[in-house]
Structure formats: C-alpha cells, structure tokens
Design a protein around this ligand. Structure first.
Ligand code: URA
Length: 436
C-alpha cells in the first residue's frame, strides 16, 4: 500500500477501506508517513467528505491509537456529556453531580478555554487547590466515590488526534464534519463512557455558527456512535447569547453553585436539565425524557447534587469551606461597569463578542500556553428581553489588569444591542437528534 494512492482515491471521491485508513493513520502516528501527505489527505476529505462507514472506521482507528480508560471494577452506568463549546457554558459543573446523585457515573475528561470559548478545567482550577491532572488511579477512585471525576486528557489518550488536530489547525481542514466527528468521538469513547449526550451549539458564540452545519455534525456524531454500538443523543442548543449571568472562571463556579441550590438563571437551568435528562434516559433510569427531567428536578431540590459537588471539590484537592467563603468576593481588583447607552429592550448580547472580550480580560486564552485569571470575568445584571433605562447598569467587568479592561470595553459595549421593541422569544433547545 502507498500513501499517495490513498490520497488519490480520496481526491477522486472513492470510499477508503478500513485497511487504507489504518495504514495512513498508523503510519502517521508511528512517524512513517509525513505531515505533507496526511495534510493532502485531510484536504481531500474536506472536499470529498466521508461515508458513515469510513467515519466509523476512522473513529475506531483513532480510538485505538493510544490507551483507553479501564473502568472495570467500578459500578456503572457510565454516561458523559460533551459540548462543542460556548460562552458562559458551565453545564458540566451542574449536571455531573446532578446525574451522579441519581446513580449514574460521569467520567468526564474536559478541555481548557481556547479562543472565545471557555474551558471546564480552567473553571474548576479557579477553586483554590482543585487539581485536574489526575492519574488514572485517582480518576477511578474519585469517580467511584463521588460519582463523577473531572480531569484533563492525558497524552496517552488518542495520540492520533493530538497530531491530526494540530495539523488540521494549520492546513485549514478543521471544518470537516467527518474529521470533527472522529476527533470528538474517539476521545469521548476512550474515556470509558458507555453512552453520550452531545450539546451541539449553534449561533455566534458556537464553534459551528450555522444551524444546518451544527445539525449535520449532530447527525454524524449520533450515527457514527450507533455504528460503534454507543447510544448517543444530541441536542442542538442556541449559543447566540452567553449562557447564564456569569462569564469567568470563578464566577462560573459560583453560578454553578447557585444552580445546585435552586437559584440558577432560567436559560442555564433549561439547557442543563434537558441535557441531564437525556443522560438519565440513556442510563436507563427513566422511560422517557420528560420523566427523566422530573427525576432531575427532584434530585436538585433534594440538595444531594450540591453535597456531591462539594465532596468532589474535596476529593480533587480543593477546600469546600474556602470555596464557600470566597463566594461573592473572589474578584480581580481591576473592574469597570458597562451601562445602557439608551432606554429600551435589550434585544441581543452577542456571545462571540463577549467571548472575545473574555480572552482580553484573562478569562480565556488565544494559545494553549497562555495563563488565565481565576478572578476575571463579566456579570450581567440585565440580559436579552430586559427593559433598561438610559444609564442603567448592565455589566460589571473584572480584568486581569487595568489595560485589559480598556481593551475589552469597546467590545463589550459593541456586544450590547438595545432597541424599542421586545425581542421574540428564543428556542434554547432547538432540536433533538437520536439514532435512526
Ligand atoms: N473539537 C475537537 O475535539 N475536535 C475537532 O476536530 C473540532 C473541535
């Protein structure tokens, strides 16, 4: 077999066999096939696409390019949720203890903030002492005792994706639905989840801005999962506005605690409960989504998810008392306000602009090695649909330093749209995709 023939076959629109894909991906990981040939193949895939069979084969080959997490000896069911990334999206911090309180284990391997989107690991690390670099043994122990464990991906998991993703990033081949599917799914399956819920976001603050593109990705994830014997449900959720009232690392931990205490904002609770309900459904703990949602609401009201969250904080090295003590006060000393420039209804607060301002403030990062600030962020006092008076406080903004505030302020002011008429209501959870 020769790499050049595989590239040519794909370029000419042929379906590649599992053997051809294995030859290419293995050869790449083992250093026998150079970057330039894999780049050419990725570009051919970008233009020609892949059949469901090819996408499934690629996902499995990538999955087996490294180690997988062995959860044997721990009682399941193991169900995880993955989001394609958003602004103010802290649903993982709420739903992991929530489903854990219903007897579901969530082995969660998350990412860091990158570009305008936030990262679960950065949020959790804003809790003083909280560790997200768990060894596999620690991950297993914490999962078994608190029902969920939160860690970063180890370098041994899906090494093919680390290489391929870095290559796609610099060859304009990230935006390929089959390549995204194989990348996301191989990592999620390697973590040991038996079933998965995907939050595929669309809108200005999402990775896939366009609804139909997001829908295609959701279908591809669900169908590829089915071919691999993994039950998957995907929800398409609106990411045009930031989710909740807080954007920032410690701020989002605080808002998650509010949600666990039954005081969360309606939009964040809606998305979280809909996702959690699908996890409960896939775990076989309820006959349908609406019963599953009722179970989630009841569990939340019992206070057990909050207890499990604090138990997990302790198990991962944080101090629950310290977290509760810092609540409401752990903020950067550099702050400013954004006030309404006119009276009217807030019709839109653009999630992408808020995410980009977050990077400047120190909430997120441009490159993987940039540091983030735990105490930077944005609090929204008013949001879409609210009536405001000229000069009324809309956002409080904390920056890592004074300069970052000066830079971010024009973006934040530009993100805020006020008009005379009340905006139409949004459909936050716009569609559900299940296997056919
Ligand atoms: N996120 C991933 O993990 N992989 C992709 O290819 C795109 C987004």
């Amino acid at each position: 077999m020769r790499a050049v023939d595989i590239i040519m076959n794909k370029r000419n629109g042929k379906e590649l066999s599992r053997d051809e894909l294995e030859f290419l991906i293995r050869g790449y990981v083992e250093g026998r096939i150079p970057d330039y040939q894999v780049s050419a193949w990725a570009m051919a895939v970008y233009f020609q696409g892949m059949t469901p069979r090819e996408t499934g084969a690629l996902t499995e080959i990538m999955l087996h390019s490294g180690k997988t997490i062995d959860l044997s000896g721990i009682e399941g069911p193991f169900v995880d949720k993955h989001s394609t990334g958003g602004v103010g999206d802290k649903t993982s911090l709420i739903l992991a203890p929530l489903v854990a309180s219903l007897g579901i284990k969530d082995p969660m391997m998350s990412g860091r903030a990158l570009g305008h989107t936030g990262g679960t690991l950065d949020k959790l690390e804003a809790i003083p002492g909280y560790r997200t670099n768990l060894s596999v043994e620690e991950f297993r122990r914490i999962l078994a005792t608190t029902g969920f464990a939160m860690t970063g991906q180890t370098s041994e998991i899906v090494p093919a994706d680390r290489l391929l993703y870095a290559l796609r990033d610099v060859t304009a081949t990230v935006e390929s639905i089959p390549l995204i599917t194989a990348s996301i799914l191989s990592k999620k399956v390697a973590e040991g989840a038996e079933a998965l819920v995907f939050d595929v976001k669309f809108g200005s603050g999402a990775f896939m801005k366009d609804f139909s593109q997001a829908e295609q990705l959701a279908r591809s994830l669900v169908e590829t999962g089915k071919a691999m014997g993994k039950p998957i449900i995907a929800l398409l959720t609106d990411m045009n506005e930031p989710l909740g009232t807080m954007v920032g690392n410690f701020l989002e931990v605080e808002e998650s605690l509010d949600c666990l205490e039954g005081k969360g904002p309606a939009d964040l609770m809606e998305v979280t409960l809909e996702l959690a309900a699908r996890m409960v459904l896939l775990a076989g703990k309820a006959p349908d989504a609406s019963t599953a949602r009722q179970l989630c609401e009841k569990a939340l009201a019992s206070g057990k998810p909050r207890e499990l969250f604090l138990k997990n904080v302790e198990a991962q090295g944080g101090k629950p008392e310290e977290l509760l003590r810092l609540r409401g006060t752990y903020r950067s000393p550099h702050w400013k306000e954004v006030r309404a420039p006119r009276s009217g209804y807030i019709t839109h607060i653009d999630a992408y602009d808020i995410g980009r301002a977050g990077v400047l403030l120190g909430v997120g990062r441009n490159t993987t090695s940039d540091p983030v600030s735990p105490t930077a962020g944005i609090q929204f006092h008013h949001r879409r649909g609210d009536k405001v008076q000229n000069g009324e406080l809309v956002m409080t903004v904390w920056g890592k330093d004074q300069g970052s505030l000066e830079e971010a302020l024009p973006l934040l002011e530009g993100a805020l749209h006020i008009e005379d008429a009340l905006p139409a209501p949004r459909n936050l959870v716009a569609k559900e995709i299940c296997a056919s």
